[in-house]
Each structure stands twice: as structure tokens, then as C-alpha cells.
Design a binder for this molecule. Structure first.
Ligand code: ZN
Length: 405
């Protein structure tokens, strides 16, 4: 069964209103509660997450739809975004680094036919301002922005028992539509501290063709248009490289992935990925591309969304049954495929309306993943590389071209 985007939005509203009336989903929310954590008791490196939507709820509340239907958004946040994150708890768990992905659904989904939306760069800067306000205010005791790789290094050198310890936060942008069809914003975003841009997202916005990742759109089962990397997309990549912003190729369809890999001069990243061999989704990467990213010096962040990591019958089954076992299996597979664990990292995609595993619905529960990975690999050092050091080292080496800027 398929529906148009408009039908989908309508159905979501109906579903959420129904849930609110019956209270039928309230019982599933118990996962957030837990004892207070302290970073002082965290073991070594805990997590450097390449892709988190920490801001999506707050941002959506400021958008025209959020202002018009605040009650509806509250419902969406509560019931549909169970992996939403909390700064205090992440800090308490000793999370080292969170790369915050800025994504504006209105500029991407609803901007047509004004496409790309020339207002998108301004909206992206507003999202960055909003995050910085949160970090300077209620999240100040827990997290702090790193504007470049030097600030990141300084923050990561503070021991977790030191009261000055804060979870480091780095700006990233999801979807080249945020550039509004112009190269000029690249330099501005670099100056503001953006480390990574995911060049394409759900739809091809003139940079590169996108994988159709979501089953609820009518063309989900169809072969995506494989226009690859456009002429403008090539210019975007060169401009990003010039300003030391890392190219993220996740969400691109295979033709575009191949062309981005061939065209990029700097190592690229796939921030929140899955393997096509283990989970047959258009969004997942083919083995040859995983290997090439690694061979070229790039890294692959494994998404913590079992639905994409495996072959569940549907989202509902994944939500009910899936566990971190799918994450561990994918990490094992990718390590073997690349011939090194140094190319593999984590990009949870938490807070981005994903289907989290039943045994880790919150980032602060990352100790569950750590335990399973240590059981799988038998080496704390190797597991800390995968959970944190590989991502940290990649950012230090390639963000701002390793400090050249
Ligand atoms: Zn994404």
C-alpha cells in the first residue's frame, strides 16, 4: 500500500490524535526513566556519535506548522520520537561528542515548487543559533559547542571526573537543500563551525540523486532515478573541501555514491549507515562502496536503527522485536569487510524519528552496546575505537582540513 506525501501527513495526524485520545501508547514511554548518572564513573571513551537530531523537536515547535498546531507537535515528540535525547543524561553517561544534524523538513519536503528554497540557508543558521542558545542556557552544565577541531581537542582532553567536563557538540547539516541552490553558504557554514554536510537527503535537490529510504512514499519500491552527482553537486563538493567541511554521502543512491567517491579529493564519511547485504533497503550501502570509503581513508558510522540494519517484515515488527544484536552484527560485518575496525564508527540518528532497538532507546543507554561489542570483539580498546576514537580522530584530521584553516 502506498500514499502520497500529503496523504501520509494526513494519516499521521489522524493516528496521533487517536493515540492521544485513547492513551494507548503511553505505556511504551517508560524507557526514559533511570537512575542519575555521573560522568566521573564513565569508563574511558564512551561515545562520539556522528549523527544525532538533538534539536528536531525544539526546531519544529518554531516552524509555521508547529506554531499553528503546538499540541500536535507535542504528541509527535512524545509518541513518535522515542529516541529523542536529553543533554543531562548524555553528559551523565559520559558521552564524549555529539554531532548535531540540522535538518529542516519544511525546506526539503514542503518547499516545492520553489525548489531549492532560497530561504533555506537562513533557516539553517537559525537552527544553529537555536542550538547555541540551548547550549548556553539550560544545557550549559552538560554540553558545549566546539567550533573547530582545536576546541574539540581541548574539550576531549578534560577528564570526566573534572567538573569542567562537558559533552562536546559539533554542528553538522543534513541535506544539501540547506544551501538553497547556492555555493555561497558553504563558506558561511564553515565559519560558523559546521564540520559535515550530508550532500543529499530524501529528495534530489539538484546536488545528487537520493535513495528512496522510506516505505511510505509511493515510489518507495521503484528504482530511484539515478542521475548521480550533478554539475552543481561537483562544485558543492569542491567548495566544501576548500573550506574544510567533510562530505557525507549517506542518503545518496548507488550511482551518486560512486560518483561522489570518484570525484572527492578528501576522504568522505557515511555518517549513519547500514549494509545492503544485511538489510535490503535502498538507503543501505553496497559492499563495494563501504570498502571504497574505508580504502580512501573515510569512515562509516553505523546507524542504531535495526529496521535499516536487517530485513524485518515492517517497521512495526522492528519496533516490537529488534535489539542491539543488529547493530553488533553490522559492526562485525563492516569490520570484516574493510579489514580494519578503524573505519567503523557510530552515527545513531537518534532524535530523528527512527525506530530504535528495544534495548537502547536512549543515547545514555550506550553502555548496553558497549557491553555487547566487548563480548563480540573481546577488546575494550577496539570497542572504544569504534564507539568514539575513530570518529574523533577523523574529525581531528579532516575537519578544517586538520587545522589548516
Ligand atoms: Zn539521515
Amino acid at each position: 500500500m502506498s500514499c502520497t506525501r500529503r496523504d501520509f501527513n494526513r494519516k499521521m495526524i489522524g493516528l496521533l490524535a487517536g493515540c492521544a485520545a485513547s492513551g494507548s501508547l503511553v505505556s511504551t514511554l517508560g524507557c526514559a526513566a533511570g537512575k542519575k548518572l555521573s560522568p566521573a564513573s564513565a569508563p574511558g571513551r564512551v561515545l562520539a556519535d556522528l549523527h544525532v537530531h538533538s534539536l528536531i523537536n525544539e526546531w519544529n515547535r518554531t516552524t509555521p506548522m508547529g506554531v499553528r498546531y503546538p499540541g500536535l507537535l507535542k504528541l509527535v515528540e512524545k509518541f513518535a520520537n522515542k529516541t529523542g535525547m536529553n543533554w543531562e543524561n548524555c553528559h551523565g553517561a559520559g558521552v564524549d561528542l555529539i554531532c548535531v544534524a540540522h535538518f529542516n523538513v519544511f525546506d526539503e519536503w514542503l518547499s516545492m515548487p520553489t525548489d531549492p528554497n532560497p530561504e533555506a540557508p537562513a533557516h539553517t543558521l537559525q537552527m544553529m543559533n537555536q542550538l547555541e542558545e540551548i547550549l548556553n542556557d539550560e544545557a550549559e552544565p552538560y554540553a558545549r559547542l566546539a567550533r573547530n577541531s582545536f576546541e574539540l581537542d581541548d574539550m576531549l582532553n578534560i577528564p570526566k571526573a573534572d567538573p569542567r567536563f562537558r559533552t562536546a557538540v559539533v554542528h553538522t547539516v543534513e541535506g544539501g537543500h540547506a544551501l538553497g541552490g547556492s555555493l555561497e553558504p558553504v563558506a558561511i557554514l564553515a565559519e560558523r563551525g559546521v564540520a559535515i554536510i550530508t550532500v543529499t537527503h530524501f529528495f534530489n535537490k539538484g546536488i545528487a540523486s537520493a535513495a528512496n529510504a522510506f516505505p511510505f512514499f509511493p515510489d518507495a519500491g521503484a528504482r530511484p532515478a539515478n542521475q548521480g552527482l550533478s554539475e552543481f553537486g561537483r562544485k558543492v563538493i569542491r567548495e566544501m573541501e576548500k573550506h574544510g567541511i567533510i562530505v557525507d554521502l549517506i542518503h545518496a543512491e548507488p550511482t551518486a555514491v560512486g560518483e561522489i567517491l570518484a570525484y572527492a579529493k578528501e576522504p568522505v564519511i557515511a555518517t549513519h549507515s547500514s549494509a545492503r547485504t544485511l538489510g535490503d533497503h535502498p538507503y543501505s550501502l553496497y559492499d563495494e562502496h563501504i570498502k571504497q570509503i574505508s580504502n580512501d581513508g573515510g569512515i562509516i558510522g553505523v546507524i542504531i536503527d535495526p529496521y535499516l540494519l536487517s530485513n524485518y517484515a515492517d517497521l512495526h515488527q522492528a519496533e516490537k522485536e529488534a535489539t542491539l544484536a543488529d547493530v553488533v552484527r553490522t559492526v562485525r560485518y563492516m569490520v570484516k569487510l574493510c579489514g580494519t575496525h578503524k573505519s567503523i564508527a557510530i552515527g545513531s540518528d537518534f532524535g530523528g524519528f527512527i525506530t530504535g532497538p528495544t534495548d537502547m532507546l536512549r543515547l545514555e543507554q550506550v553502555s548496553h552496546l558497549r557491553k555487547l561489542l566487548i563480548r563480540e570483539f573481546g577488546s575494550v580498546e577496539l570497542v572504544e575505537d569504534i564507539l568514539a576514537n575513530n570518529a574523533i580522530n577523523f574529525l581531528k584530521d579532516h575537519w578544517g582540513r586538520g587545522g589548516e584553516r
